[in-house]
Design a protein around this ligand. Structure first.
Ligand code: WT7
Length: 631
């Protein structure tokens, strides 16, 4: 057995108590008590949380549940930006810092709630002046800058539905999202910074919107000097666009169930699906978790290293923290550029107290060596978080010891684009078990079950489900009701998340991975079918099958098996050409790290590729039931 494996097994039995001082001061001092409050009266529990926020009109009913359709805070009226901005500006937080932003070159910007408020209001008015109305879709394709956050909030202010597309996606991926949502506007920038280089974004947008009549305007944040050219009548400079707009925009009065945003995520089918979140419940759910899971206090300096292009950024950079009035760090660029000290230097510089990142980053830093974080003073930290994929116990222990100096609890937060907010973790007072995410947060009834929905025995593998509706749950999938319903009817009466898990005697849930054809590369969801379709669209490829393989840093990496067309022969150039092709079709995230040319693929008699057979063979494991295999 490898040393790493052995280490992992040893740590899996470890139980670590959170520091007493932390628990004494925690917003939730006793998980069991808080959970019981929820169980005793779920509606009262959520009403109390919602009452802490501003509503134009209160709800008539907390929940209306017609499986699988939920309405939360029925007939309540609010606007999430009033809670994220106006409420703070009017209550003494006008000069409180909302964001300490910086890029890789040390360029800095300090943005207070007051100045963010003005920027958002002006942009909201500019959107209105450009004819954007409540319900219209706006695609945001931007780097990690304050203007990206402002663009999302400006949409929310006027009731437009934003669809943020991560700036690493390529032309066809962006185009599909713009088209599918019939977006009226795209907000973008000329470039994003990565490893000291400017990576162009505007060309990608220009290509993606070509011939799409639904796009009336493209707003471009120009950062480069000299400024890039704007082409045609559609394009306008970001600051030109907002220059003459009024500094106050009356917020749109939003119904609780009015859509707030859509966000595309990969599934087991070819095209990503647009997950829809609404206003009231999402606001209450993300706000609650900010205060409880992340134990946010007035003077915390909070840093979530995600990008608003993913749900983590939506919920835990934009909406959750701003509604809760947090001060945040926002750092554009790579975690290890110019060197492996960058992140730790920022923690020291800003005195970060709460730090939320992904296992893939932790494993990368683990490899780079302890001497990097050791150069910096990390004593401001008091809570650490992890998200996106299972964190293996050895990475957990490293994070705990080297970054948290054994003083900081770690919240390993399990959730999804679809769930909107954290669902499973070890809230504050709970002892931690490295490698196990923990228990359902108050508000969530989670379980590990068989196909029929019956709980499996402790420590036996099963499907991870949620048995009840919760405020921040997605409400539907854009133009695909059936897909939405399938989350709730695969396992009768439960929300099936798509993950396999185990639950131990103490109720601690350990996520094992996806049950479907989704690969998790560095915490990002990639559909096998998406990569396969991209490969098959290459002129030399006849057929392709894609699997995920364990990777020590990325969690999983992509391996592709490719059957070439007649007359084509394998070569190094062809491998590179295929990789390049996937990059252009989907983006860098989806590029296979391994490509193997084969003559045949294992298929069922009905012609479906059996990826699990490929995977088992690749990993030297038992392929299981082969009775449906063609030959
Ligand atoms: C999938 C959801 C939630 C924000 C980032 C990803 C995996 C997520 C954990 C965790 C084990 C995790 C699951 C889930 N996942 N967090 N703490 N431990 N696995 O959001 O892109 O919607 O992906 O990520 O497989 O289903 P997403």
């Amino acid at each position: 057995m490898s040393e790493e494996k052995l280490d992992s097994l040893l740590h899996l039995g470890t139980i670590i108590k959170p520091p007493e001082e932390f628990v004494r001061n925690a917003n939730v001092k006793n998980y069991e008590e808080e959970y019981k409050k929820f169980l005793d009266n779920p509606e009262e529990f959520w009403a109390k949380v919602a009452d802490e926020l501003f509503w134009y009109e209160k709800w008539d009913k907390v929940l209306e549940w017609n499986l699988p359709y939920a309405k939360w805070f029925v007939n309540g009226k609010t606007n999430i930006t009033v809670n994220a901005l106006d409420r703070h500006v009017k209550n003494g937080r006008k000069n409180k810092v909302a964001f300490f932003w910086e890029d890789e070159f040390g360029n800095e910007k300090v943005v207070t709630y007051g100045s963010l408020y003005t920027l958002v209001n002006k942009l909201a008015n500019a959107l209105k002046n450009a004819g954007i109305k409540k319900g219209d879709r706006v695609v945001i394709y931007m780097p990690l800058v304050v203007e990206q956050v402002a663009a999302m909030l400006a949409c929310a202010r006027i009731g437009a539905v934003h669809s943020v597309v991560y700036a690493g996606f390529s032309v066809p991926a962006l185009r599909h999202r713009i088209e599918d949502a019939q977006a009226k506007m795209v907000i973008t920038a000329d470039m994003t910074i990565r490893r000291g280089r400017a990576i162009p974004l505007k060309q990608i947008v220009d290509e993606a919107v070509r011939g799409l009549d639904n796009v009336e305007k493209v707003v471009v944040l120009r950062r480069l000097k000299p400024k890039v050219d704007l082409i045609g009548e559609k394009e306008i400079d970001f600051y030109e666009f907002i220059k003459d707009a009024d500094t106050y925009c009356e917020p749109e009065v939003m119904d609780s169930e009015d859509p707030l945003f859509m966000l595309y995520t990969s599934g087991s089918t070819g095209k990503p699906k647009g997950v829809i979140h609404t206003t009231g419940g999402y606001m209450v759910g993300t706000y609650y978790s900010m205060k409880t899971v992340f134990d946010l206090k007035e003077d915390d300096i909070y840093w979530c290293t995600a990008d608003p292009g993913w749900i983590t950024g939506h919920s835990y950079i934009v909406y959750g923290p701003l509604v809760a009035g947090a001060t945040q760090v926002l750092a554009e660029g790579a975690p290890n550029y110019p060197d492996f000290g960058r992140w730790w230097s920022l923690i020291e510089k800003y005195g970060v107290t709460i730090f939320y990142t992904a296992p893939t980053a932790i494993r990368m830093f683990m490899r780079a060596g302890e001497h990097w974080p050791e150069k910096y003073d990390l004593s401001s930290l008091r809570l650490l978080g992890s998200v996106g994929e299972p964190i293996n116990p050895e990475a957990w222990m490293w994070y705990f010891r080297v970054i948290g100096k054994e003083r900081c609890p770690i919240v390993d937060t399990w959730w999804q684009t679809e769930t909107g907010a954290v669902m499973i973790t070890t809230i504050d007072g709970l002892p931690m078990k490295p490698g196990r995410a923990g228990k359902p947060v108050p508000g969530v009834v989670a379980d590990v079950v068989d196909k029929e929905g019956n709980p499996v025995e402790p420590n036996k593998g099963g499907f991870l489900v949620v048995r009840n509706p919760w405020p921040s749950m997605m409400r539907t999938i854009h133009k695909n009701k059936e897909k939405y319903e399938s989350y709730w009817n695969t396992i009768p009466g439960c929300y099936f998340a798509g993950d396999v898990a185990t639950k131990d005697e103490d109720g601690y849930i350990m996520i094992l991975g996806r049950a479907d054809d989704v690969i998790n590369v560095s915490g990002h969801r990639i559909g096998t079918m998406e990569v396969e379709s991209a490969l098959v669209s290459h002129p030399s490829v006849a057929e392709a099958a894609v699997i995920g393989k364990p990777d020590p840093v990325k969690g999983e990496r992509i391996k592709a098996f490719v059957i070439l067309k007649e007359g084509e022969s394998p070569s190094e150039e062809l491998v590179n050409s295929l990789k390049k092709h996937v990059r252009t079709e989907l983006g860098a995230l989806a590029v296979p790290s391994e490509i193997e040319f084969v003559d045949k693929l294992p298929k069922t008699r009905s012609g479906k590729i059996m990826r699990r057979v490929l995977k088992a063979k690749e990993l030297g494991m038992d392929p299981g039931d082969l009775s449906t295999l063609e030959d």
